[in-house]
Design a protein around this ligand. Structure first.
Ligand code: AMP
Length: 221
């Protein structure tokens, strides 16, 4: 099964994709995490990506597409993947479709997590992330048990440099201009499953699993 999680920054894609991937036994590919991971090693890819990430802009398609195509060629992706934060442009979506088609595969479903713009700004403002395992927290909605420490692995929590108010505004602008058209792209392909992203993390996860389950039952019938 190949599933794309689509939604604005702050919609909860990362949190939901990570748990749903475990639940469905799929590999979780998060391009933002891959770029942040590369920063730790100071690779050429990292340097190129940082320039764009710091401004809240998209890393150019050629760099991003090459990174993802290399990743999905790995044997662990054979049984299926949840894509989180990719594709983010029409060119990326087309490149992904083409690459999967060459392997006799395709995107089965696209989970579009819908959250109002006001809620997105509010969520991104209070977001803190674990430096080690990337688990996200919100200082008001889902604070860690010990301030500054990750509940899962004890890692240090930090605020992403691109979660500052100015960069958040730019990321949302880029989302509406570049990524939101993918809603229509996947809707026309009959693959879009819309899920309300407001409410607790558990409620949203449940909604996603029920929606995916109904879809796969529908496909079997
Ligand atoms: P995220 O963690 O998904 O919010 O991504 C953080 C940043 O990484 C984005 O603001 C972009 O600069 C970059 N990025 C992540 N995924 C992509 C992508 N699919 N295409 C281009 N840039 C990306």
């Amino acid at each position: 099964m190949y599933i794309v999680f689509l939604g604005a920054p702050g919609a909860g894609k990362g949190t939901q994709a990570a748990t749903v991937a475990v639940e469905l036994n799929l590999v979780h590919i998060a391009t933002g995490d891959m770029f942040r991971e590369a920063q730790k090693q100071e690779t050429e890819l990292a340097k190129q990506a940082r320039f764009y990430m710091e401004k809240g802009e998209l890393v150019p398609d050629e760099i991003t597409i090459q990174m993802v195509l290399e990743r999905i060629a790995a044997p662990d992706c054979e049984n299926g993947v949840i894509f989180d934060g990719f594709p983010r442009t029409l060119k990326q979506a087309e490149a992904l479709d083409e690459a999967l088609e060459k392997q006799g595969k395709m995107i089965d479903s696209v989970v579009y997590i819908k959250v109002s713009e006001a809620e997105l700004v509010e969520r991104l403002g209070g977001r803190w992330i674990c430096r080690q395992c990337q688990a996200p927290y919100h200082m008001v909605n889902s604070p860690p048990r010990t301030p500054g420490k990750c509940d899962r692995c004890g890692g240090e929590l930090y605020q992403r440099p691109d979660d500052t108010p100015e960069t958040v505004r730019e990321r949302l602008r880029v989302y509406f201009a570049e990524t939101a058209p993918l809603i229509d792209y996947y809707n026309r392909a009959g693959k879009l499953l819309e899920v309300g992203g407001e409410g607790s993390v558990d409620d949203v996860r449940e909604r996603i699993l029920v929606t995916l389950d109904k879809e796969s039952v529908g496909q079997r019938e």
